[in-house]
Design a protein around this ligand. Structure first.
Ligand SMILES: [Zn+2]
Length: 268
């Protein structure tokens, strides 16, 4: 148990570091390698704008997820109802105590290691937008990466099975000195983008389904709470706010943040 918590704490430090490193590398590769090599003058401006837009939204929503955490300081909710998940205690009134954040979280969904924060009622919308834009940035990077490798190193991606053999072959070629370090690194990055892109897209679909059902991941794991709550329209509006359309394009506040005391009064 102690060992498992230690592993989770380590993951909480490593995952944001990994996220920032991957972001910085993606940024440099696009602006200094991919876009100037693949495109001509009008294309350079268009693709730089698209890339910066995707990146701004991914990073902006990342910051908003951390900036508006779902913690509450209410004393009345700190009574334990049951002991459940490994990393959290279930409290009464839709509250959880996260053992990693060491805070009471309102409508806790899960602890996100990439942001080092709990995802709950307040920051769910930013988390979902973060997943959508991270996934878009990764899939966009994958396409430009493939185009760059085709142009610069004459690699062919016409065979649909290329992705199955590319990594083992390139690793072998790199260690016997047949391909340059940069080419090998770019091939590794293709797999990083593919992996993060697919995981984020999957996560995003799962979260949207849960939000529409008025549920959290934590509730789904507890059988007695695993039933759909309310109408999906109202549930989505509750999370995304009335200005949800603006939130789709910019990482901004789309809902009035209700203070913890009013929220607790509403629940009781
Ligand atoms: Zn947490």
């Amino acid at each position: 148990m102690m060992m498992r918590m230690l592993q989770l704490r380590l993951l909480n430090t490593v995952a944001p570091a990994y996220f920032f490193t991957a972001t910085a590398i993606t940024f440099v590769l696009h602006l200094f390698f991919f876009i100037p090599t693949i495109f001509q003058t009008p294309g350079i401006i268009i693709h730089t704008s698209i890339f910066l837009f995707l990146m701004l939204n991914a990073l902006g929503n990342y910051v908003m997820t951390i900036w508006y955490p779902s913690e509450t300081t209410s004393e009345s909710t700190s009574q334990t109802c049951t002991v459940d998940c490994l990393d959290a205690y279930y409290l009464c009134n839709d509250h959880h105590f996260c053992k990693l954040c060491k805070k009471v979280i309102l409508k806790r969904d899960h602890h996100c290691f990439f942001t080092g924060n709990c995802i709950g009622n307040n920051n769910m919308r930013y988390f979902i937008m973060f997943c959508i834009y991270t996934s878009s940035t990764c899939l966009y990077s994958l396409v430009l990466g493939v185009a760059y490798l085709t142009m610069e190193y004459s690699l062919s991606f016409e065979n649909p099975f290329t992705f199955l053999t590319l990594l083992p072959l390139s690793t072998g070629y790199f260690f016997i000195g047949m391909i340059p370090g940069l080419q090998f690194f770019l091939i590794l990055m293709l797999y990083v983008w593919l992996g993060i892109g697919l995981v984020s897209a999957g996560f995003c679909c799962q979260q949207i389904l849960l939000v529409a059902r008025g549920q959290t991941w934590c509730q789904l794991q507890q059988v007695h709470l695993a039933k759909s709550q309310g109408m999906w329209r109202a549930n989505l509006k509750d999370v995304f706010g009335s200005q949800w359309a603006l939130g789709l394009f910019l990482p901004v506040l789309t809902i009035k943040t209700v203070t913890n005391t009013t929220k607790d009064q509403k629940h009781n």
